[in-house]
Each structure stands twice: as structure tokens, then as C-alpha cells.
Unconditional design. Structure first.
Length: 613
């Protein structure tokens, strides 16, 4: 009898265990495990099973999570129609439970996927349906409007796109509209229609009021007229003073950093080996680039594009490698050139394509120096692989590099107009800055840098405390996107007869790295950002990071050989030690000087060999 009870209990426990393994959360976990080894097919099957179980079991929380994960895997597999179906089901699920923000987000994701597969009419219909959700968040509404405008443009309905911009200008807070749709209005020549010119009408109304008052009170007409004249003179003098004090709007309308920026850093001692001065300075000129003011036509204009390794944020203005390069060319090689530093933390080759298309007429550079690869690599391996794939897909459209500019530039100014009032622009900017909507306005996605660079200690500690992975990730899709962008840039330079100089990305990654140098590293988190909270639990080993970055550098060198470009392998002349780098890939003062001097030598030699640039 006791044996039969034990057997029945064992069978019951086994059945319960089997049942527990057939729940939606269990299948979700299986899908997550499959993704850790980049097995998307298995992940898709697991998430589909989780959706089926959760839907029949009336488990909306698990169903929502499973559909979201399934849609993301479908996107990664390139099956966007199936992803749209999942987002639509997700929207209906959230609507049924009264979750308007989540339903709105699902609708946005469905619309973006539709746009990616050129279903433009469906995107515009989706935008109309989205309005009926009554989403209170102006940012989500603005994003949907931006998708609608893009769909109209690609469907060759530019007039409808302009009309949509006018409608959204009335419906959205000014700050939000400016952030998401202003650039489209400028690009589509709809800016003049959407700009509210209020100063001149206000002055006219004031003059009429003064005249009416003078007629009503004859005894005070002289005083009222004098007050009116004084007000008009005051406005006129203020406008004259602003025109004298502020430079006229120039041809450079794509502003990378705030113009006239002056930042002072006081690095914490020891946190950045090789940057041991009490303070360093980062300043920008009137067009938002690091370097001297842009010269008038006649002096060759060069620009350097790249990410933070070009920006050289914590290195003083005078010691930035671009400044060293410019001085070396002038003093030792007799080349009177202007070199504007257009580097900015976080920018990738997608950004560089957008920059160069914007700067070709505004700055008209005759030579471009570009160092790239590290940010493209980091996006791919640290949680944004899908963003790389999606952006690569969208760059096939001629309008997307311009649209992508909103993620690149600090500001995109409308075309200059002789009739514009400087006082009106100033007051409009002040009103916009302090409007109630400004508090809810999304900020540009910058990496926060603290004055003392103390954040480096935290980021390094995260890496040191994490486990190390010694297996290479799947980066073939990312490398194809990187190679395509390099080709776009090379084609742009060739078509405009601009000399292109490419620099590989140097780093501390080497096989015989010392423990002291290893302790300076902080990049390389696996499939999630190194800024995440809680911190990532896994980082790639130095060997794998060297291998991955080597593949990006090899991609650049292969293009250089194919196109006969001027290309310099930085690791061959900047030693891979902490004498040159203060972390994974950022040069210190000595490294910056070495890089600038050596690049100047090579450019000067190539100019001599080729009889010009």
C-alpha cells in the first residue's frame, strides 16, 4: 500500500514538473536562452509557443511580453510582415486592457515596420487610426506624424507631406514639433509656411493702437505719439545691436555642437593616465565645430569626422590630435589649411554619411579625415545590433540620411532670410526654452560626461566585476552595414572630387596586455549597454575585442586597397599602451600628439607623391 502511494506521488510530481515546463514563462526563458547564443530560429519557436500558451490561458502579461519578444526576433530574421502582425495583436491586447501608452507604442512599431517594407498607404492610414487612440503623450504623436510625413514623401505626395506638417504644427507643443518635425519642414521647404512671424504684426497693431488713442484723447496725442515713436526706436535699436553683436546666419546650418561652447574639465588625478593637467578646455567655434573660426573662401577647408576618439573631449583644445595635425601641416609641411573637428561622442558611420551630405555645400571641404569603426562595433555587440540592421535597411532610401540628421546634429537651422528679424528669433528661442512643454521635451541622446571624468572608475569597476566571454559574437550583418557606409562615403568623395583620408581605430587591445592596462578598459559588454542599470553581467575578453575591432579595421583597409584611398593603420604608428591611451580607444595627450604628427607626415607625403590633394 505504501509503495503504491509513493508511486502515485512520484507520478503526480513528475506530471506537475512537466506541466511547469510547459508554461508561458518557461517558454519565454527558453527563448531568452536561445538568444544568448544568437539562435534566433529557436528563439522564434519558443516565443511562438509562449504566445500560444499565454493566449489560451488568459495571461495578458505573459502574452504581451511574448508577442513583443517574438516581434523583435521576427524583425531580426527579416520577416517584417509577421512582425507587423504581432505588433497589431499587441496593440489590440493593450487596448482591451485600457493601456493607451502601450497600445500607442505598439502602433508606432507597427507603422515603422510597414514603412520599412514600403507599405506607405498603410502607414498613412495607421497614422489616422493612431490619432483615435487619444494618446496624451505629444512625443509619441510627433513620432507617428514624422512617419506619416516620410510615407507621403516616399509615396511621391509631397504636398500632402507639407499639409501634414502644417496640421501637426498646430496640434503639437512647439518644443516637441521642433525636435521631431522641424527638420522635415526645412528639408521640404515648408518652413516659411510654418514659421509664425509675430513681431512685425505686433508692431503694426501697436501703431494702430497708438493712432486710435491719439484720436480719442486729443490732449494726450503728442505724448502718445512720442511714446509710440520711442517704442519703435527702442525695437529698432535692439535689432541693430543684435545684428552687430551676433553674426548673420551663414551657409552652415547643420550645427554639430552648440556654437561658442566653452567647457572646462578638471580631471580626477589618476583616472586618465597621460592627462594630468589641472584643467582642460573644450571649445567650439561659431559653426559648432572644434577648431579655429572657418576661414573665407580661398583657404583650403578640411574636416575631421568621427566619434569620441576624434572629438577628444578630455584632451585640451591645443592638444587634440586634429589641432596637432593642422599645426604640423602648417609649420612643418607648408600647408595653410583649416581643419574643423566634426567629431562627436557616439557617432557612427551612419552619422558620418549624414554629416558629409550636409557639409558638402555648407563647408565645401576639399579633404575629409575620418576615423571610424569603434562606435559601429560597440552598437553591434552591446545591445543595439537590431538598431544597426534596421538603420542599414532604412539608409537605402535617398531621404533617410537627411532624416537621420536629427540624431546627429545639435541643431538644424532654416535657410537664412534677409527679412527675418534677429530680435524675433531671439525672443522666440527664449519662449521655446522656457515654455511648459520644454520640461517634457526629449533631450538629445548624449553620453553624460562629468567634469572630473570620475564616471570612468565606475565603468571600469563594472567590467572588472563581470564574467568574461571568450567566444566571438555574430557580427556579419553589422560588418556589411559598416562596409556599405564606407562605400557611400567613398562614392560621395569621388563624385565631388574630395580627397578622403581614412584612419583605422587604434586601441589598447593586444594579446600581451598588462594587468595595469587591462584595468583601464570598460567597453565590450555583451548584448546590453555598459551604462545599463543593473550593470551588465558579461563582457567580451580582450582577445575577442581585439578580434572584433580587427575585423572592422580590416573592412576599412580592404576598401582602401580596392579604391586606392589614402588610408593609415593607426596601430602601426601609435603604440598600444597606456603611454598613448587612457582607456580602450581614447588617446591621451601623448597619444594625441603622436597621432596628429604621424598623420600629418603621411598626408604631406601622399600630397607630394600625388601632386596635390
Amino acid at each position: 500500500m505504501r509503495g503504491r502511494l509513493v508511486l502515485l506521488l512520484a507520478v503526480a510530481l513528475a506530471g506537475g514538473f512537466a506541466h511547469a515546463q510547459d508554461t508561458a514563462p518557461a517558454w519565454l526563458e527558453r527563448g531568452d536562452i536561445a538568444l544568448l547564443s544568437w539562435d534566433r530560429v529557436t528563439a522564434r519557436q519558443a516565443y511562438e509557443q509562449a504566445v500560444a500558451i499565454a493566449a489560451t490561458g488568459a495571461d495578458p502579461a505573459s502574452e504581451g511580453l511574448a508577442r513583443k519578444k517574438l516581434a523583435e526576433v521576427l524583425l531580426a530574421l527579416g520577416d517584417r510582415p509577421a512582425a507587423v502582425a504581432q505588433y497589431d495583436a499587441l496593440q489590440r491586447l493593450y487596448q482591451a486592457h485600457g493601456d493607451v501608452p502601450s497600445a500607442s507604442t505598439a502602433s508606432l512599431l507597427a507603422a515603422q515596420s510597414m514603412l520599412d517594407i514600403d507599405r506607405y498607404d498603410e502607414v498613412t492610414r495607421r497614422a489616422a487610426d493612431h490619432a483615435r487612440l487619444n494618446d496624451p503623450d505629444p512625443i509619441r504623436r510627433a513620432v507617428m506624424e514624422q512617419l506619416r510625413v516620410t510615407a507621403y514623401v516616399r509615396g511621391r505626395h509631397t504636398d500632402l507631406a507639407r499639409q501634414a506638417l502644417l496640421e501637426s504644427r498646430r496640434d503639437l507643443p512647439a518644443v516637441v514639433w521642433n525636435r521631431y518635425l522641424r527638420e522635415d519642414a526645412i528639408r521640404l521647404d515648408a518652413w516659411a509656411d510654418t514659421t509664425t512671424r509675430w513681431l512685425v504684426p505686433a508692431l503694426g497693431a501697436f501703431a494702430v493702437a497708438v493712432a486710435a488713442a491719439a484720436l480719442a484723447w486729443r490732449r494726450r496725442r503728442v505724448e502718445l505719439v512720442l511714446v509710440g515713436i520711442a517704442c519703435v526706436l527702442a525695437v529698432g535699436l535692439a535689432e541693430i545691436a543684435l545684428r552687430i553683436a551676433l553674426p548673420a546666419p551663414g551657409l552652415v546650418r547643420h550645427i554639430l555642437h552648440p556654437p561658442g561652447l566653452a567647457s572646462t574639465f578638471r580631471p580626477e588625478p589618476g583616472v586618465m593616465p597621460g592627462i594630468d593637467m589641472a584643467e582642460t578646455h573644450f571649445t567650439t567655434n561659431a559653426i559648432g565645430l572644434r577648431g579655429r573660426e572657418m576661414p573665407p573662401p580661398g583657404t583650403p577647408r578640411w574636416i575631421a569626422v568621427g566619434g569620441s576618439s576624434t572629438e577628444s573631449l578630455f584632451v585640451d583644445d591645443a592638444d587634440a590630435w586634429t589641432a596637432v595635425l593642422e599645426r604640423e601641416l602648417r609649420s612643418k609641411h607648408g600647408r595653410d589649411v583649416w581643419l574643423g573637428n566634426a567629431g562627436k561622442s557616439g557617432l557612427t558611420t551612419f552619422s558620418h554619411v549624414s554629416e558629409l551630405l550636409a557639409y558638402e555645400d555648407e563647408i565645401a571641404p576639399s579633404l575629409v579625415v575620418m576615423q571610424s569603426g569603434f562606435n559601429d562595433m560597440s552598437l553591434c555587440i552591446s545591445g543595439n545590433r537590431q538598431d544597426v540592421i534596421d538603420t542599414a535597411l532604412r539608409f537605402r532610401h535617398a531621404d533617410y540620411p537627411a532624416t537621420y540628421g536629427r540624431f546627429v546634429f545639435h541643431e538644424i537651422r532654416p535657410p537664412p532670410s534677409l527679412a527675418s528679424w534677429r530680435l524675433e528669433d531671439l525672443i522666440g528661442r527664449v519662449r521655446e526654452r522656457f515654455s511648459p512643454a520644454a520640461a517634457r521635451s526629449p533631450e538629445r541622446a548624449y553620453v553624460v560626461q562629468d567634469n572630473a571624468a570620475s564616471h570612468y572608475r565606475v565603468l571600469r569597476q563594472r567590467r572588472q566585476a563581470a564574467g568574461k566571454i571568450d567566444a566571438a559574437p555574430a557580427i556579419d550583418e553589422c560588418l556589411r552595414a559598416y562596409a556599405a557606409n564606407l562605400r557611400r562615403i567613398a562614392d560621395w568623395a569621388q563624385a565631388r572630387k574630395v580627397r578622403l583620408v581614412l584612419l583605422t581605430q587604434g586601441s589598447l587591445y593586444r594579446d600581451d596586455i598588462t594587468p595595469a592596462d587591462d584595468a583601464l578598459l570598460w567597453f565590450g559588454s555583451v548584448d546590453e549597454s555598459f551604462f545599463n542599470e543593473p550593470p551588465p553581467k558579461r563582457y567580451f575578453s580582450v582577445r575577442i575585442m581585439r578580434e572584433i575591432l580587427g575585423r572592422y579595421n580590416a573592412t576599412m583597409l580592404a576598401l582602401c586597397a580596392e579604391r586606392s584611398l589614402w588610408c593609415y593603420d593607426v596601430d602601426t604608428f601609435v603604440p598600444q599602451t597606456s603611454a598613448m591611451y587612457y582607456d580602450d580607444a581614447h588617446v591621451n595627450v601623448q597619444g594625441s600628439r603622436t597621432l596628429g604628427v604621424e598623420v600629418a607626415k603621411r598626408i604631406a607625403a601622399d600630397i607630394e607623391r600625388n601632386g596635390g590633394y
